[in-house]
Write a new protein. Sequence first.
Lengths: 490, 307
Amino acid sequence: MADGDPVDLPAPPDAQNRPRIGVDEWVGQVEDRREHGPRVRLVNAWNELHLAAKLAIFVGPAAFLPFVVSSDYWMQVAVITALYAVLAVGLNVAVGFAGLLDLGYVAFFGFGAYAYTWLASEHFDLHWDATYAIPTVVVASAALGFIVGLPSRRLVGDYLAIVTLFFLFIFNTLLLNADRINIPFKEGSINFTRGPNGISTVDPMSFFGLELRTLDHYFWLSLVTFAVVVGALYLLNESRTGRAWRALREDPLAAELMSMPVNRLKLLAFSIGAAAAGLTGSIFAAQNGSVFPVDFDLTLLISLYAFVILGGAGSILGVAIGAVTINVALELLRTPENASFVFYFLLLVAIVAILRRRAAAVLAGIVVLGFLLRLAAEGVKPSWTTGEDRGLTWVDRLVEDWVLLPTDIARIDDVAYIGLIAAVLALLQLRGFVRLAALVPVLYLAVFVWQNVLVIQPSVARYIMLGAMLVALMAARPQGLFGTPRVEIV
Amino acid sequence: MDWTTFIQLTVNGLTLGSVYALIALGYSMVYGILKLLNFAHGEVFMVGAFIGWGVLNLLGGAVDPRVPVWLLITLMTAAAMLGAGLLGVVIERFAYRPLRNAPRIAPLISALGVSFFLQNSVLILYGANFKTYDTFTLVDPFSGIQLGGVNVWIIRIVVFVSAIAMMLGLFALVRYSRLGKAMRATSFDREAASMMGIDVDKVIVKTFFIGSALAGAAGVLVGLVFGQINHFMGFNYGLKGFTAAVIGGIGSIPGAMFGGLFIGLAEAYSAGYISSVFQDLIVFSLLVVVLLVRPSGLFGRATIQKV
């Protein structure tokens, strides 16, 4: 220091790691930046990629899907997944960027679908070309988003969540009941929604006379929509507005004091999210050829939040990955043919991920315990092994030799199920070796319950698993899988 | 104006409203202490209704009850309160406590997860059919008192009176007991309360137990009055109870009682005089109006945000 050098300054942070305005996750990531493992290098390399490259990596392989997948059912799933991914990314604008808890988001999706239907179906005998219908729907949805966002000027936090949830509820009531609306100065009543029957005469989309006819066409349209929406939102998020949203999310009061137009930002977030939802809705309606009120209810809202939360609120591609993973898993679980496979796969992944090297011992323990119980049951009470195995796949064949299958399961199914929940909760209280030892019977019980109770109704069981996953994820990693941990700065 | 219809609607509204008020109390108490929207509360209510139904079936069903009717109803309510209360404690312990210091959105998502989980669990165990309490067989539908030409069914009176009694009991508990004092202190300032030697975790657990027990009781009362329960009833009633809590000013106990009765009456009158299809719509629009005019509810105190 003798030659008058100023203090020994650290090297200026490189562009990647420079603290950015409104991103105090930067602080939360400090551990990541110190690490230099392959994971961190991979993350950094990914972060440095250009937006177009990122999108190409994500969307490019998917574009070839129609050439690989031959079944219509799975193409349909692919279209829905792509649409839900757009929807989740749109929800992320209000929830992830601006921190506004919008529980009415599904209503915008439904509104888009119904609005497109009104413009292009037999229902009102209007047959607009999608070239005009889609922009109209998008603008109308954005306007609706603006109106629903208006209460956010006065209501904050939980109260906003309530009002938006009620909006969704009101919207659903209207869909179900707006089939006989009387308009002043007009004879008779107008049927807007055909109630629970829905409208099933929606035109396929056509751009400049070019009609989309097959599922493949709609899949490509959805992919293009995804790329456009993600690209636009990415740029928006990196812009002045995006930074302002993040400031708003972190601290609305401070943001206002920094002279940010808080109310305008909130309304903008609502409108842009709603516009994306309206766009998705119109593709959804055209692709299905029909709209029904049940497509736009609370179940979809919870699934959407699961996408956003699993991926990590705020991270666009994380949210998209969350949407793809969960939606494909839910879809696989819907059919009894695949359900067992997915269930055991998820169970195995979870066991291996948590226990690592001890997993093999635990798995062996379960099977041994199974055979012992089976032997004991055959000696004591043979009716416990003569039940019917309801599973249909080869995975079920694998387990049916060592799982008890009682004949009269209907008498004990609730006991077994509630017992499993209690056992899992009790397991969380144990520590160390006891926990590992207790894991074996609990997992065995899980297999027993799956094989005897849940496998019959995988379409319900999948929602149980989704609910449990949300709770577990919140407790273990509230920022989601791809989100950045946040540090509360006091 | 048709006087009989009016009395009939008022009776309906008060019965329904007292149930909403019981549910609203749970929301309000939890919000007051934890600043947490317990969206799973409606499902706790639903589970309570199912526990009551289970006890009814255990004791011989409505057609051939093995115990006197008054004892049967008491047992059903008690079992539902105990079961729902314990369920509330479990939910708090495993879904909310780990998130005490997480960002605001985390417990909300967790609550949605719990509610989804409970709803579908009941669906898978008991199926999607309506379950019936069959109260008309249990209690003669023509028993009761005459009020201005309207026969008020005895069950409706029992429901209203017991709901009011539970509310008054809760009010007294919060107002005069040591636990109530601790609850008020915790809700005022959790950190300061814990420094004053109050075991905050214990207070929270007890709050969850009491609130959930009231919801469980409400579940049985709904089953008794309307006869039918199902796995998705929790959402609708939970939402109404929640509306009641918000209109009354969430966090305020008299507010929740008032809000419940207000919502119940509003629903009954709009069903009777305007349209039964749009009664929910009217109720929720009322809520939005109240929130926009008085963001902290009718009985809530406006909070000043300090930085």
